[in-house]
Design a protein around this ligand. Sequence first.
Ligand SMILES: [Zn+2]
Length: 469
Amino acid sequence: MRSFLRLVFLVVLLLPAFVLFARAGDTKDTEVYARIKAYLDTVRGIDTHTHLIDPHTAERVRQQYDMENPPTCALERTWRVSYLTWAHPLAPWSKDRKFDTWWKVAEPQLRNYRARSAYRSMLPLYTDLYGVDFDTLTLDQARALNERMEKNYKRPDWPEEVLLRRANTELFVVDAFSLMPRPKDNTFPFQTYVCNVQRVINGFHPSETKRFPLADPYAFAAERKIPVKTLDDYVALLDRILAEAKKAGAVGLKSPNAYERTLKYVWTPKHLAEQAFGKPRKELTPAQIKAFQDYVFWRLAELSAKHELPFQIHTGHAKIPDSNPMNLVPVIQANPKTRFILFHGGFPWVSEVGMVALKYPNVYLDSVWMPTLSYTLGKRGYKEWLDMISSNRIMWGSDLFTIEGTYGATRYARQCIAEALAEKVLDKELREEDARRIGRQILRENALEALPLLKKHLKSPAETPKPST
Ligand SMILES: [Zn+2]
């Protein structure tokens, strides 16, 4: 009896902890989450940023798997070109070109990555597309999985099956690192594009840009016989590039320059930028180069408004701490007619980027890549932003190169959005019907609002493939 009483006492004592655990345990086990997720799965997404490779490159990759001793394998490549390998090793494809040799070295490395979001964001592709649990694969199962993946790569309908029917995305905004769109036969029918201005910002001298013919403003000028002798000529050239890009189907501009310099773009008088114009790097100081870049960035911000091409800017996760989105405040404040779309949730400065959007209505937040970098921070980001700003200014994207990787990142982002919304409902901070509506906005409608030129690329419902279940 005494021990029975002790047991009752223990249960009473621990009950609140169990209740807490049950609530905090997993939102994904709740009915609210299940209902929100099921609804969001029916929403045709619009992916605002990806580097999906074009069909010609995809074909080259496919052919690699036809060889008896392939230079790589599908499974290795899918991981290698994901974000898993950033600053983390993964065994290179084995010298003897045998799957078993590679797997024996790679598998223990992958085991160490199991908690990382860069790893977990890829798991849906294995569970959903192949019906396997990647965490528990044996060597034989891994080899068989790789063979199935390689077979699928050879299917011409595979991209559409995975990206449109299974991931349920309707349209992809592809950043192909170019000023103008690639030729039609070199793009997927379900993609549109942005004009990438990375090289333009560095165009103080043609030697800076000539290694990148598709993104080189001087190559663009030479083809059209446009003289570029002065800084004013250069700015006029940018105006022309944007006009032509828009005509050719660009829906916005994109700057990934945070990888190479600070986001602190300072207002700069013309005479300072002129000091660098036309001179090779070796004749310039870093301050002179920065002055030129700053000047051009401000002109691009103005031209973005003039041509109504919203400006997508990589923030966070590049140069640390120079990629803090707070650095952009002066240029945002001075250009209220420019629509700035700040990428990657400013990771890890998710609160800071929310604050920037709270203060400036011309700022939209794109969560692209955020859940893949950290699911925990991603979910926190969605919740904080919804606390701070109107729900029509948040978007998402997958930011990957491979078809399967894009599938994984898409499912993971959808799960993160659904979970953040479900938690707001469970916390009684949002009605469930509003959570569903907001999820639809984030997945689809906000992209059409922020990047209105996307609407031209939407297909009629009759032309759109039905999602698979
Ligand atoms: Zn990207």
